[in-house]
Each structure stands twice: as structure tokens, then as C-alpha cells.
Ligand binder design. Structure first.
Ligand SMILES: [Zn+2]
Length: 341
């Protein structure tokens, strides 16, 4: 990302040469200020009327030189900020996000239309822009659906999206696939775009789509009890919800999104993740320090975003939440974006 520096905001330090009275002034490393990992630059300025050529020449044209030099620096820093390491994350609503790397675009849970009295849902305008493939939702490579619940998924909107964006692929649990098959009039036209691996609880499957590698992990949906060792026939209907967590490998960034899985109830599934994660999430289903520690210690998560806030987000005011608030990243508004370097 371009970094703009104002000359008057740069503090110069005096650097004294061993040979008096020669000294010069140096800025801090502009590359540090701009968080550039690939280029090291700083500004040097000499006292006017003191030095011979080439400094003298530079001094005579100082104004022109400074202007030119700053323009060059800005351009150079822009050019050397490695876009391959960046990931732009745009918040839609609830658990919906758009990820943009230099090579690919991925959407997750963008079509929530139910339970709007409890949770924040994307606006109709945003969902229409997604379906139409309007910028920034153009050229989406992959649509990920975590589970069938109406605040994460809508079959008709998903059908329209796949019909309009024929290059986009989609990954979803079997329950979502079945609902699409049963309710979409044009299912035959879009079924080749849909991938729906059959996974047992805590099982992981790696899927490669173009430049994106995704590890799909079947995780238990948030519940009051662990389903480890519980017979499927004893599950409640709610507990039968098939929830996928996704470990998304972008060029240089790894994102882990668990949908509505509760981290504390998915110890076995999380053990399958054997690489440090750059961006992870805490959600409505577990937002205490224990769950945060699972992300920070077990997954080595660098950034933890809070998602799936309730309306009107009273949990944010609880003492328990305030304890972990400084360690979390928040998106407050629909279409708010953050770039992670
Ligand atoms: Zn759910």
C-alpha cells in the first residue's frame, strides 16, 4: 500500500562526523515508518552553503531536488511494498467477509437473510452487488459457506451468484448442497461449480482451487455440550447442523474461519491445524479468554477478529469481554476494509 510522508512530520537527527565540523541530518528509516520489509531508505540533509560539489549543486537546487526526491521516495516505497504479502479483508456483516490477495478473491458466508433481529446482516444493496459481480466483488474465485443457518446462507441468492459468476467455485457442507439441489431451479447449470466433501466430525480435507489452497474441517456447531462420543441418534436437530471451518491459504497469509463452531468444543478438529495462522476469529459462540488463548497459543494467531456480534452487541460491555477487548480487532461497519501486511 502506498505510504505518504509529509516532510514537515519527519524528525531529523543530527549525525556528527568524526571530522569536525562535518555533520548531517538523518531521518528515521522511511521504510520502517511505511512498514516496508523489502526496502530500507532514509533521508539525509546537509547544511546549506557548506559543502563542495556534489552537495553544493544539490543545495543550489535544493527546493527542486527535495521535491523530486520525495516523489521518487514515495514511488519507490509504493513499488517495493510487496503486494503478495498483503491481504485485504472487507467486512460484510455477521460472519461474512471478502478476502482479496494479489492473486485471488474469496467470499465467506455473504448471504445472511434471517435472524436480523438478533444479528447484523448484509444490506440488500451489498448482496446485489455480490450477485452482479460489481467491484469489489468482481472475479470472485471461491465462495465458502460454513453452514446452512439463515444468518449465513440463502439458497436462492447463492444460486443467482453462481449463475452470474460462472468461474466462481463454491465449497459447502452436504446439508447446504442438498438444500441447493432441492430448491434451486437452475441447479443443473451450477452443480459443477459446487464442491461438497463428506467429512466426519473433526476430519480435514485439503482442496486446491486455482491459486488458493483450502483445508476444510468439519467442526461441531456451537452447543452447550461436546458431541465427542455422543451417538448421532442422540443429537438434537440443532446439533446435527453440519458446520465447516476453513483454513484458507492465500499467497503469504493464512486465515482460519470457524463459522459457528465453538473453539472449546472442537479441540480434536483444531489439532489438525499444524501451521501458524495469520488471521483468526472469535465469535458469539465463544468470546472468552480461554477461546482467545486457543487461537493465540495453539494456532499462533497474529490477528483475532471478533465476528457474529449480537444486536445491540451488549456482550462488548461485559467485564469478561472487556478483559480481552485490547487483543481483538473489530470491524464496525458494513464494507469496512483492513489491509494486513
Ligand atoms: Zn449457526
Amino acid at each position: 500500500m502506498p505510504q505518504i510522508f509529509r516532510q514537515e512530520e519527519i524528525e531529523y537527527n543530527d549525525l556528527q562526523s568524526d571530522l569536525k565540523p562535518y555533520k548531517w541530518y538523518s531521518s528515521p528509516r522511511l521504510s520502517d515508518l511505511g512498514k516496508s520489509k523489502d526496502l530500507f531508505l532514509n533521508m539525509r540533509e546537509l547544511d546549506p552553503d557548506k559543502y563542495s560539489y556534489p552537495y553544493h549543486l544539490a543545495n543550489k537546487n535544493r527546493r527542486k531536488f527535495n521535491k523530486l526526491y520525495w516523489i521518487m521516495l514515495v514511488i519507490t516505497l509504493c513499488g517495493f511494498t510487496n503486494p503478495a504479502k498483503e491481504l485485504k479483508v472487507t467486512y460484510l456483516a455477521n460472519c461474512g467477509y471478502l478476502y482479496e490477495s494479489s492473486k485471488s478473491k474469496v467470499l465467506i458466508d455473504p448471504f445472511g437473510t434471517e435472524y436480523g433481529g438478533f444479528f447484523y446482516l448484509p444490506s440488500n444493496e451489498t448482496m446485489l452487488n455480490i450477485i452482479k459481480g460489481n467491484v469489489p466483488f468482481d472475479k470472485i474465485d471461491l465462495l465458502l459457506i460454513t453452514h446452512i443457518h439463515g444468518d449465513h446462507f440463502n439458497a436462492k441468492l447463492t444460486e443467482s451468484f453462481l449463475l452470474n459468476n460462472i468461474k466462481a467455485k463454491m465449497i459447502c457442507p452436504a446439508q447446504v448442497y442438498k438444500q441447493m439441489k432441492d430448491s434451486c431451479k437452475s441447479f443443473d447449470m451450477i452443480k459443477s461449480q459446487i464442491i461438497s466433501p463428506t467429512l466426519s466430525l473433526s476430519e480435514m480435507r485439503k482442496i486446491k482451487i486455482n491459486d488458493i489452497s483450502v483445508s476444510v474441517i468439519r467442526m461441531q456447531h456451537g452447543s452447550v455440550r461436546s458431541l465427542e462420543g455422543v451417538s448421532y441418534s442422540d443429537y438434537t436437530d440443532y446439533e446435527k447442523t453440519e458446520n465447516f471451518g476453513y483454513l484458507i491459504h492465500f499467497d503469504k497469509k493464512i486465515v482460519f474461519h470457524q463459522g459457528d463452531a465453538c473453539l472449546k468444543l472442537n479441540e480434536k478438529a483444531l489439532k489438525a491445524i499444524d501451521c501458524p495462522v495469520d488471521i483468526a476469529y472469535l465469535s458469539y459462540f465463544d468470546w472468552d479468554s480461554t477461546s482467545l488463548n486457543i487461537l493465540k497459543k495453539n494456532l499462533k494467531a497474529q490477528t483475532v477478529i471478533f465476528m457474529h456480534a449480537t444486536k445491540p452487541a451488549k456482550e462488548l460491555e461485559s467485564e469478561q469481554f472487556k478483559e480481552i477487548t485490547p487483543q481483538l480487532t473489530f470491524f464496525r461497519k458494513e464494507l469496512e476494509s483492513k489491509v494486513f501486511n
